[in-house]
Design a protein around this ligand. Sequence first.
Ligand code: NYM
Length: 219
Amino acid sequence: EPKISGQRGAFIVIEGLDRAGKTTQVKRLCDKLYSQGHNIKTLRFPDRTSPIGKMIDSYLQSKAEMDDHVIHLLFSANRWEKAKWIVETLRQGYTIVCDRYYYSGMVYSAAKYNPTLSLDWARAPDVGLPRPDVVVFLNLEPEEAEKRGGYGDEKYEKKEMQQRVRELFLGLLKSPGSESDMQVVNAGESVEIVGDRILEKIEAKLKELAAESSRAGIV
Ligand code: NYM
């Protein structure tokens, strides 16, 4: 049941490399926040269920070829499809926990080093999306990722690409924009420890939020 106190929900994003344990941690976090009395909805990008999401899925599985700019814009469109839902759901008092957002969008596309696809170009189509209240980046050393049994078969799940993606993610933390608000958690620890660290970051932010104005911003 939506809260009737008038307090909006928080928009929480979990980011990271492939194999950093995002999906596991999103699930744990939702269970924990729910047990604390929050109303929770989850979201993941890409959302492969919509027509655009199905095109993205075909691309990731190498069943369809696409120009780097085209697939980038589809990933962005896939977020815009959900923008209104995000705003309304937060307003109803639900806290949203989201597996990847536009940060992944920027860094995976920019990691291709296509000369006409810069980080700035990649960011542009996402400007105006609902802005997260907290972003946690699960950082994983490349050696640790290797130990986790290598990558899957989808596009981008290659060592060199992951290394570039990681560098770009870490670069975002130093950027002057809203990306520098990202909280970093070392994903190389056990599931329990990583979960506790994530919760610490989020609880601190939720407290701040409760004290502040309740209007959500935009990217
Ligand atoms: N990915 C994800 C992008 O390249 N751009 C985006 O905007 C998003 C949201 O999709 N390798 C990439 C990162 C992943 C791949 O994600 C599929 P997942 O979380 O494995 O379903």
